[in-house]
Design a protein around this ligand. Sequence first.
Ligand code: SF4
Length: 323
Amino acid sequence: MHNLLAQTYDRLHGGKCLSRADALQLSRIPDPGAFFALADTIRRDFMGNRFHLCSIINARSGNCSEDCRFCAQSRRHTTEVAAYEVIAKEQALKQAKNSDQHGVRRLSLVTSGRRLTDAQLEEMRPLYAAIAGETSLALCASMGLLDGDGLQRLKKMGVSRYHCNLETSASFFPRVCTTHSHRQKAQTLKQAERVGLSLCSGGIIGMGESMEDRIDLAFELRELGVKSIPINILTPIAGTPLADQSALPLQEVLMTVALFRLINPDAVIRMAGGRQQLGRDQYRCFTAGANGAIVGNFLTTVGSGIEDDLHAFTDLGFVVSGE
Ligand code: SF4
């Protein structure tokens, strides 16, 4: 097996991609410590020690027509999530300024729903204008299955990156959501790239998928050219169909992070929602290939404090400067 680790190192440094068969074999490695160390080395060799921070604002919450089984915001599930149409500008600005003051470089406005209408998109304009005017944050958007016109409109509002999670592999996706498809999400990402936006897309682990599904997702993201990959760990929420899903063991989380790094050596592997469930162990993800995080609160779950996160990332030898 050590031979496979050495071969993987040489393969990646030779500019070649890990094969799916090798990824599968690595996922069964009896000595994961050496595997995590390899992922950490590849992260350093391809991406250096920059740590990439971003944060998100829930700009429109709840009342969603879709049936994503993990999500508190679907109106098909009975949850206690707050529902509102558009966040107040003052509140968005306060959160944005707080992120800016803590060295966060990117901020995304995230909205619930299948896709925003043109009128709803226009309601985002004053929010982006205020944030751009009063902070130095680069702007992202996550607003569902937009078409080229909607994405172009966002670009004109100053947005430079579009987020749309594939969530899981194409084959597992129908077990997570039936009201839209994996293909529609991939098409949205391709459309975003066509209008000149950079891409952010990842998924949620711990929804009952296999390691093979996670490997497939990592390859699907690679094929789409995604360079910012958020990994969420399912937070089971009361009232959703996945409320009773059991937690993923830490080792499996670390294994997934390491595989995502080896399959996407030059991408930001960004720990997102759910990492707080691991307590201090969450920071081990950043010694197994991850080099970015969403900080502050997540959409419907409370995150760790930004200060605690920043100390932890610096203690691990990262320089917090990326987006
Ligand atoms: S993930 Fe998005 S599309 Fe799916 S239910 Fe939640 S808000 Fe709606």
